[in-house]
Design a protein around this ligand. Structure first.
Ligand code: B12
Ligand code: SF4
Length: 549
């Protein structure tokens, strides 16, 4: 099968690209012939967060302050560069452009013209583009070409999770001059030194660049920042936090208008087969000190009136000692903020005592990323270090102390049987989680799942990044068909609602009210899940729904 990431690369190149070790990369092709004349001096840098494609009716995207480029901006300011941040998504949150290829899809955010005008006004020497999501891969070339059309002398550099796992595809774009893989703080500064003639391109960790005689070069990513306290807080003065306040589509349900995301750690020691998080920040779990985090919380509270925090870490509790210290300090210093964990927590380290501490420290909801309710699937297929028996006790404890919780499931992994998925729904009922957030297994570049599917040809249709919305049905295996998956999802949904009414009769009224208020929602759900060819949550990835414009 021909892999179709961007339409411009062949399978051989992709296979190299998706190897886990970037250091084993050997350039395979000459790549586009654009080689950069370096300026003698860089004064101004613009960091840009692109607009996003989404489905018009559900707008499954979240405008959150992009703290990654916020941190880069801080570092740049410390080095005396003049910096601005342009979050094209939030600045154009009320603007929608219909896709010409599919009228269900819209581009949300600033238009190319608006971005061009901004750049022409600001006149940066370098524009850094955050390319975080592979699912948004079609927007990035448009942004690079818009930047070059504003001024062809501007140097473009891309970073972020998508760049990290699909470095070569991004760099092959003739309007993208450089990429930086993995965490960007040190490399961005080294890169700016390099293009000003003070360092060699080869010395910049994780840099992708174009060399006249040998095409694209990807330097290996070898270094991780050990002391996270050495990093400054995001440049909040450039992020303009107020523009995010009160927007409905934040990450999870918000109780306060004034909210902010924060990251307290980097890296994840687990090796879940569907996840590429370690490609971004490595396997070693590194933490900021409790006091460093608290200082940032005070800063957000005192300067921006922030009342609610989202810990956006992959695993805020992965190190129990660190988590205990952090939450205890929040209590001791009377920080008095509500908070939750939208991405879930490291359940293998969670204890009842830690949950008590979290609640006392202001936690209003814990997400339990159990992924499966079947221990064998967890152990042999997902490879998440989780003991479900122990986890049941944690759910029970949350119920006992009245702490809200959610559950994440991923279904349709190769090797998983339909009965196993059913077991997951039964597990959810048992622990009183009647609306689990259920994702269909999706083979992201850079994951073991992707490698396994490629090896065994488990793709149900031609592999394309467009299909990466977590809601897609991209796989087929000898154990089940797409139709089987759809059936069990539908059955599971109704089973859980039925169990909710039986187990908690008082919820029946609430469910009935919801049904009366939004009858179309249930109908749409049934239609979406049962109709072959339609997708689980987001039609952008249906075969007819590719983002062609
Ligand atoms: C917060 C978060 C979100 C937020 C993003 C908000 C925002 N504006 O930043 C929200 C909730 C919107 C989100 C949504 C989704 N997310 Co998300 N998200 C994350 C998460 C947990 C943390 C990101 C973060 O803030 N990290 C901390 C900061 C410091 O890091 P950073 O932003 O990556 O920036 C650093 C580097 O990347 C680099 N860098 C970044 N930009 C640039 C630019 C330049 C020029 C340079 C040089 C360097 C550079 O330097 C920064 C500092 O070190 C990551 C997991 C992770 N560990 O990264 C997943 C992650 C990025 N998300 C992921 C996914 C899949 C999604 C969704 C598709 C899920 C879904 N709903 O289907 C959606 C996509 C939404 C969309 N628009 O289409 C994947 C992306 C994988 C991929 N290849 O695409 C990740 C890696 C999670 C994973 N385990 O796989 N997400
Ligand atoms: S899913 Fe969570 S626990 Fe598993 S590897 Fe990814 S970040 Fe770590």
């Amino acid at each position: 099968m021909e892999l179709n990431f961007s339409g411009t690369v062949d399978r051989k190149v992709n296979e190299n690209l998706l190897k886990t070790e970037r250091d084993s990369f050997v350039p395979q092709s000459k790549g586009p012939q654009t080689f950069i004349k370096t300026p003698s001096k860089v004064n101004k840098v613009l960091l840009l967060f692109p607009p996003a494609y989404t489905i018009k009716s559900s707008r499954d995207i979240n405008p959150l302050p992009p703290i990654g480029i916020g941190m880069l901006a801080s570092i740049l300011e410390k080095k005396n560069y003049e910096v601005e941040i342009l979050d094209c998504l939030v600045r154009g949150w009320d603007q929608e452009e219909e896709s010409q290829a599919n009228k269900d899809i819209v581009r949300v955010g600033l238009t190319n013209n608006q971005i061009r005008e901004y750049i022409q006004e600001y006149q940066p020497d370098v524009v850094g583009v955050s390319c975080m999501f592979s699912v948004q891969h079609k927007i990035y070339p448009k942004i690079f070409s818009t930047i070059k059309s504003a001024n062809p002398n501007i140097i473009t550099v891309a970073g972020g999770a998508h760049v990290t796992v699909c470095s070569k595809e991004v760099l092959e774009d003739p309007n993208c001059d450089y990429i930086i893989a993995g965490e960007g703080e040190e490399s961005l500064i080294d890169f700016l030194d390099t293009i000003q003639g003070h360092k060699s391109f080869e010395s910049v960790d994780g840099l992708g660049w174009k060399k006249e005689d040998s095409g694209l070069i990807l330097n290996p990513k070898l270094r991780w920042i050990e002391d996270l306290d050495s990093l400054p807080f995001p440049a909040y003065h450039l992020l303009d936090l107020e523009q995010y306040f009160g927007l409905e589509a934040s990450h999870g349900i918000r109780h306060a208008k004034e909210f902010a995301p924060i990251i307290t750690s980097r890296g994840c020691p687990a090796k879940c087969t569907f996840c590429s998080a370690n490609k971004m920040f490595g396997y070693k779990f590194r933490t900021r000190s409790a006091q460093n985090v608290i200082d940032e919380l005070w800063f957000l509270k005192n300067n921006y009136g922030v009342k609610e925090i989202m810990f956006e870490d992959d695993n805020v509790t992965a190190n129990r000692k660190h988590a205990t210290e952090l939450f205890q300090s929040m209590i001791d210093q009377k920080i008095d903020l509500r908070w939750d964990t939208p991405n879930g927590v490291g359940l293998w380290t969670l204890t009842n005592d830690l949950i008590d501490l979290m609640k006392e420290a202001g936690c209003v909801k814990i997400n339990f990323p159990i992924e499966s309710g079947d221990q064998e699937v967890l152990k042999n297929i997902i490879k998440k270090p989780l003991d479900l028996k122990r986890t049941k006790g944690l759910f029970q404890h949350c119920q006992n102390i009245g702490l809200d919780y959610g559950t994440f499931l991923v279904v349709g992994m190769p090797g998983e049987k339909i009965e196993d998925i059913w077991t997951s729904f039964k597990f959810c009922a048992e622990v009183g989680s009647y609306s689990p957030h259920t994702s269909i297994a999706t083979p992201y570049p850079g994951t073991d799942l992707y490698e396994q599917c490629k090896e065994n040809d488990y793709f149900s249709r031609e592999y394309a990044l467009d299909g990466l919305f977590i809601s897609s049905f991209m796989l087929k295996t000898p154990d089940w068909s797409e139709a089987d998956l759809r059936r069990v999802l539908l059955k599971g949904k109704f089973y859980l609602k039925f169990r909710q009414i039986i187990d908690r009769p008082s919820d029946a009224l609430k469910l009935a009210k919801n049904l009366i208020k939004q009858p179309g929602k249930v109908f749409n759900y049934i239609k979406r899940v049962s109709k072959s060819g339609s997708v689980w949550r987001n039609p952008a990835n249906s075969p007819q729904g590719s983002l062609k414009n």
